[in-house]
Design a protein around this ligand. Structure first.
Ligand code: GLC
Length: 551
């Protein structure tokens, strides 16, 4: 089937179902809730939805531990609710993509239960190894979530590999039967009418043969399973046997990847395996690789990452643009300023929405939600956060460790969406929501944002509408100015004589600003801004402007 590239003109909204909206009043978000909010999502200008996992799951990793790939969790409304959402989304010309989580399953998945018992054909569905000499673990890899990557199973008398939590055993993708299972899952959902997949840590699915030790223990084994030896073969197989038969989109998550490496997967042409890559470089401007290793925010690092991806992919591959998702704390709290929440929320939006690629907006980002600050670490829900709290930096005092988690935890951005100033932020009518509501909900909520024409929400609406109306955003060349500035991000996009100039301040201080050569604000049209006027030569805290001028 022809691959039309429809995704290049769309803006996606990411729903993390547990915390989006509770439609059946049991305290947890669900698809009935989504159904009621489709028009809200569409009103943002978003015409695609990526659903974080909706499948039945014990919830050890909030659904990223799948117990049944062909069904929808009854807590989210089951298949009935999903089909309704899909139908209603399509009626509104909104595409729907699922999360495909096949690096691992839940330990409750029947495949795993049968594999433990060595029942064929499931015996080799997972990565099992006997203990090494003197009871040593099969190798020195670490789990990304909790301790070592191996867990002993009494029933089978062997260790299994889990790159994530103990409840998420890794599938053995080298087994052709497992790959057939993946294809069945893909077909099942495509036949149901979904429009594509976000593929969870998909670059981890091929492990180096023999599972050797990583000689650099700090790398946690990553070099032995990320972009492994058969990755391109397997992704091409999925592409050839299933995906190429549908006009669907794929986006691959890869925690460690450069744009040049990404091109191996996404370069357009007959060998293309994936449409877009979810990279982490732009998500690491205030840390060393992951948020648990914090550094001061560096605008230069952020700009360099943005520009690298824009330039290297240009004309060859398509970018996936994002500032937030369910794995990272809120971006205003990280890269902007809580004090200048509204201004910096808008400047951040302008910083990424006019780049080339398909933007994703994570629930709550559009209303400028901030990080959650629990008083007690036991309030955390996330398996990774709790493990860190209990095992890392334990020499530091409790208070300091908690503060580090405020900055690092995925739960900082997983609290219920703040719909209104009513009880539980209007997220649920149940007495108690499944997860703590951020106590700033009376100041920050969708209803309030809706009423204020100058809110972050209404800025997103304008920016997305503008983006869609400008050819230069889809096709234009990208150029960065003021590269060395640590306080301003300035870039242009140019296509057939139409030029856009995006200027964003990332500073709490007012600053002098000289426009790039050849540009005079007098002859340019100001299309979007976050202050009521636009004086020449200076920028106020977190000011942003988008200009158009003809050459
Ligand atoms: C991805 C998901 C994350 C999940 C992990 C394991 O990184 O985005 O939420 O915990 O994979 O599936």
């Amino acid at each position: 089937m022809e691959h039309t590239g429809w995704f290049k003109d769309r803006v996606f909204y990411q729903i993390w179902p547990r915390s989006f909206y509770d439609g059946d009043n049991d305290g947890m978000g669900d698809l009935w809730g989504v159904l009621q909010k489709l028009d809200y999502i569409k009103s943002l200008g978003c015409d695609g939805i990526w659903f974080s996992p909706l499948y039945p799951s014990p919830g050890v990793d909030c659904g990223y531990d799948v117990a049944d790939y062909m069904d929808i969790d009854p807590r989210f409304g089951g298949m009935e609710a999903f089909e309704k959402v899909l139908e209603e989304a399509h009626k509104r010309d909104m595409k729907v993509i699922m999360d495909l989580v096949v690096n691992h399953t839940s330990d409750q998945h029947p495949w795993f239960q049968l594999s433990r018992l060595k029942v064929d054909p499931y015996t080799d569905y997972y990565i099992w190894r006997p203990a090494g000499k003197n009871g040593k673990l099969p190798n020195n890899w670490d789990s990304l979530f909790e301790g070592k990557a191996w867990q002993y199973d009494e029933l089978r008398g062997e260790y299994y590999l889990h790159l994530f939590s103990v409840g998420q055993p890794d599938l053995n993708m080298d087994n052709p039967r497992v790959r057939e299972e993946v294809k069945k899952i893909l077909r099942f959902w495509l036949e149901k009418g979904v429009d594509g997949f976000r593929e969870d840590v998909i670059t981890f699915i091929s492990k180096v043969e023999g599972l050797p030790n990583d000689l650099l223990p700090a790398a946690k084994g990553l070099r032995k399973f990320n972009h492994g030896p058969h990755i391109h073969e397997y992704l091409s197989e999925f592409q050839r046997d299933v995906l190429s038969r549908y006009d669907c989109v794929t986006l691959a998550e890869s925690p460690v990847i450069t744009p040049r490496m990404a091109l191996r997967y996404i370069e357009e042409g007959p060998e293309q395996e994936i449409d877009m890559m979810i990279q982490f470089e732009t998500a690491a401007a205030d840390c060393f690789l992951v948020e648990y290793l914090p550094l001061p925010f560096s605008l230069r690092r952020l700009k360099a990452a943005f520009s690298r991806w824009q330039k290297i992919l240009s004309g060859r591959g398509w970018n996936m643009l994002y500032l937030e998702n369910h794995d990272h704390p809120r971006v205003i709290s990280r890269y902007g300023s809580e004090e200048y929440r509204v201004e910096s929320g808008k400047a951040l939006a302008a910083a990424y929405l006019f780049q080339q690629g398909t933007p994703f907006v994570y629930q709550g980002q559009e209303i400028g939600m901030l990080n959650w600050h629990p008083r007690d670490p036991e309030e955390y829900e996330d398996v990774q956060t709790l493990w860190h709290y209990r095992n890392r930096f334990t020499f530091l005092g409790k208070k300091l460790r908690l503060r580090l988690l405020w900055r690092a935890s995925r739960d900082s951005a997983r609290t219920p969406l703040q719909w209104s100033g009513e009880k539980n932020a209007g997220f649920t009518k149940a007495e108690k929501p499944w997860f703590t509501v951020n106590d700033n909900y009376r100041e920050i909520n969708a209803e309030k944002e809706e009423r204020d024409p100058d809110s972050v929400l209404n800025f997103y609406r304008k920016a997305i509408a503008l983006r869609k109306s400008l050819k230069a955003v889809r096709y234009g060349n990208y150029r960065e100015y003021d590269r060395l500035s640590g306080r301003r991000y300035v870039y242009s996009r140019e296509f057939e004589g139409e030029r856009l100039l995006v200027i964003c301040s990332f500073s709490k201080k007012e600053q002098r600003f000289r426009a790039p050569r050849g540009f005079s604000p007098g002859s340019a049209e100001l299309l979007l801004q976050n202050y009521p006027d636009a004086p020449e030569g200076r920028l106020r805290p977190y000011e942003c402007r988008v200009y158009r001028w003809e050459r």
